[in-house]
Design a protein around this ligand. Structure first.
Ligand SMILES: NC(=O)c1ncn([C@@H]2O[C@H](COP(=O)(O)O)[C@@H](O)[C@H]2O)c1NC=O
Length: 197
């Protein structure tokens, strides 16, 4: 089954996977406190505005905590910036998803996102053409751009960021390209990525 991009999130960590039929020549790289999706050296040029973006950011909040935000597009930046300003995660997700709205491409591709605070409060969200959903999760939960476009529980056993990236990459959905993983540890959030090399 092809579900496009997806996030998995639970109170202890999560992952974001790029699956793509149209733009498979992409990889994740690390830049300061962000993981970024971008083209590989051999990727054909494109003017599609939706295929290069920060997919995961760890930010410090005014309350001296850390929160991680991840998702499938440019909305990850305003979510992270609002968290840095002290917005509740629910509001940062809802406002940013609604402001940018679903993608104006041939598929009306939904925007999907998740946040986890360092006290283990996890939220999942999506904005589709017909809905805005932001809800708390207590167990690993998946939302994807296509087919599985409402949050649903999923078995996800990863116990570290690199295991999360690997497990998301290996999930039985078609056209895996790359994946980012995050895990909450005693020292804060650790992140990792998997480019299938
Ligand atoms: N975030 C991404 O990595 C991403 N990759 C592709 N898209 C959008 O989704 C459309 C369909 O892509 P695909 O056939 O690879 O699933 C693309 O034309 C593009 O507008 C994306 N936008 C949202 O998921």
């Amino acid at each position: 089954m092809y579900v496009g991009r997806f996030v998995v999130v639970g109170p202890e960590g999560g992952a974001y996977r790029v699956s793509s039929r149209s733009f498979p020549n992409r990889k994740i790289s690390e830049r300061e406190d962000a993981l970024t999706v971008g083209p590989t050296e051999d990727a054909p040029e494109t003017d599609n505005p939706y295929v290069a973006y920060n997919c995961l950011r760890v930010v410090e909040t005014p309350a001296d905590g850390e929160t991680v935000a991840f998702g499938n597009g440019s909305h990850v930046d305003p979510i992270a910036e609002k968290l840095e300003l002290g917005y509740p995660a629910r509001d940062a997700l809802a406002e940013s998803l609604l402001a940018l709205d679903y993608e104006k491409d041939d598929y009306d591709t939904p925007r999907i996102a998740a946040t986890i605070t360092d006290d283990g409060e996890a939220l999942i969200g999506t904005v589709r053409k017909d809905a805005l959903i932001v809800e708390p999760v207590e167990e690993p939960t998946l939302v994807a751009t296509y087919e599985k476009d409402s949050p649903e529980a999923i078995e996800f056993a990863a116990e570290s960021a690199s295991e999360a990236a690997r497990e998301a990459y290996d999930l039985e959905f078609e056209h895996a390209v790359c994946a980012a993983g995050v895990a909450l540890t005693d020292d804060g959030f650790e992140t990792a990525f998997e480019n299938g090399e």
